[in-house]
Design a binder for this molecule. Structure first.
Ligand code: SF4
Ligand code: SF4
Length: 367
């Protein structure tokens, strides 16, 4: 029973994780970090790396969410959502059509194209997918990344496999520290030990090779395979499986941690929604120029998915020398500079960008 649910969740996870960079929203990947411009495309919006407060709010939400899920639902991530578990489970499922003795070799073969797909997907989280596919065997950097990632992912999955969860994964080690007596775990019912058939079906099916009858193990990834295996034996005798989920999900800790996570999520959403569609920053340059002349550098961020045509102007008695009319691509930044000649006495300069229903004024010094 649990295996059917897990496979459904795993296939969904694989489709989402592989599909996100390819899913087009407002002309960009649904989720992708663009390295050259240091911006994160996220579901039709863009986060610039200089927006530290948003990155901080997102990190805070993420940490609270991880804590909340781990403390209440235990290793649900490991057994149901972790990409490593998903890839190994799916390749095992496909390999199960082969004869028992050949399954391991089949799985290693199946992991070759799967690892290549993982490698391409990983690159697409940083380079536009169309560019990745077009240049995969043309651009030396992309080709090198693709081949190295492919090899590393393949070696890790095919030869380290579940050993990674037990020996290397830092999240697995952290989880053990976060558990309390009510955290959801899969546990053997010791009180019914006398009726256990000692058939070891639960041990044979365990992907990390532990014996759940010996008690809780930090290596257990909560995949629930032992519950299904035991049920297939106990069902015939009208008994419940001996290993099963044990824990108390709804308890005070769940409510206050869930509440804190919800508050962090709402704060993050409010911060995202309250962002202006366009940011305009101006600074005066330190340049040796005649007294009536100042130079200013400015940056305009287009946070939206529409192309903008903006006009740079000033309400002061000045002459702007430089480009006034600016065209901004969706989710792009424009860095420019302009010379400002004062036509009278001036202490403060007022610069304005306007167009497409946007008006932003900035005041800065004039020396
Ligand atoms: S003990 Fe059971 S739940 Fe834990 S890893 Fe083994 S099969 Fe999965
Ligand atoms: S599969 Fe069930 S009945 Fe068989 S040994 Fe394991 S716990 Fe006992």
């Amino acid at each position: 029973m649990w295996r059917t649910y897990r496979r459904a969740v795993e296939i969904l996870q694989a489709v989402i994780v592989t599909g996100l960079p390819f899913l087009d929203i407002n002309g960009e990947s649904a989720l992708r970090f663009d390295i050259p411009t240091l911006k994160l495309h996220v579901f039709g919006s863009v986060l610039w790396m200089q927006e530290f407060y948003l990155i901080l709010a997102a990190t805070l939400f993420f940490l609270l969410f991880i804590g909340f899920v781990t403390i209440t639902l235990g290793r649900v991530w490991c057994g149901w959502f972790c990409p490593q578990t998903v890839l190994l489970d799916l390749s095992e499922s496909i390999a199960s059509v082969a004869k028992k003795k050949q399954r391991q070799n089949w799985q290693k073969l199946i992991l070759i194209p799967l690892s290549a797909l993982v490698s391409v997907t990983l690159i697409c989280y940083f380079v536009p997918p169309a560019e990745t596919l077009r240049t995969l065997f043309v651009a030396p950097t992309i080709t090198a990344f693709f081949l190295v990632l492919w090899l590393l992912v393949y070696l890790e999955l095919a030869f380290l496999g579940r050993g990674f969860c037990i020996s290397i994964c830092p999240y697995a080690m952290l989880q053990n520290l976060m558990f309390d007596k009510d955290t959801l775990v899969i546990e053997y019912d010791v009180s019914r030990d006398a009726t256990c058939m000692k058939c070891d079906a639960c041990v044979k099916v365990c992907p990390v090779g532990i014996d759940i009858k010996k008690g809780l193990s930090s290596a257990c990834i909560a995949c629930a395979e032992c519950i299904d295996a035991c049920r297939s034996m106990t069902e015939k005798k009208g008994m419940l499986p001996f290993p099963n989920y044990r824990g108390r999900v709804l308890r005070p800790k769940t409510y206050w941690l869930g509440g804190a996570t919800t508050v962090a999520a709402i704060a993050l959403l409010l911060l995202l929604w309250s962002r202006p569609p366009v940011d305009f920053l101006v600074i005066r340059d330190n340049a040796s120029l005649p007294p009536d002349l100042n130079r200013y550098s400015y940056t305009i961020h287009n946070n939206g998915g529409k192309q903008l045509a903006l006009e740079l102007s000033s309400s002061d008695n000045v002459t702007l020398i430089g480009e006034h009319t600016l065209s901004l691509q969706p989710f792009s930044a424009f860095h420019g500079s302009i010379l400002v000649k004062s036509n009278g006495k001036l202490e403060h300069l007022h610069l304005k960008i306007s167009g497409n229903g946007i008006v932003i004024n900035r005041e800065t010094g004039f020396l």
